[in-house]
Design a protein around this ligand. Structure first.
Ligand SMILES: [Zn+2]
Length: 69
């Protein structure tokens, strides 16, 4: 997933491109004010990211079929 971290001090938003596959917390340095931000990724966050990026419309199921006659 790609996490977007907003700095509490200066409001700078930075995109973390690192792969996150399980709940964890880590630190990043803000590019705006060079403050240290603690990032916490929960399993709920991961689930949300997965449905957002792997997103195929569920209603597509059944829409495509083979003509069996
Ligand atoms: Zn900052």
């Amino acid at each position: 997933m790609r996490a977007i971290v907003t700095c509490e001090c200066c409001g700078h938003r930075q995109v973390m491109a690192r792969p996150i596959r399980r709940p964890e917390s880590f630190y990043v340095i803000c590019h705006g004010c060079e403050g240290v931000l603690r990032v916490e990724v929960t399993s709920a966050d991961l689930r949300t990211a997965r449905t957002a990026t792997g997103g195929r419309a569920p209603q597509a199921a059944g829409g495509v079929g083979t003509a069996s006659s």
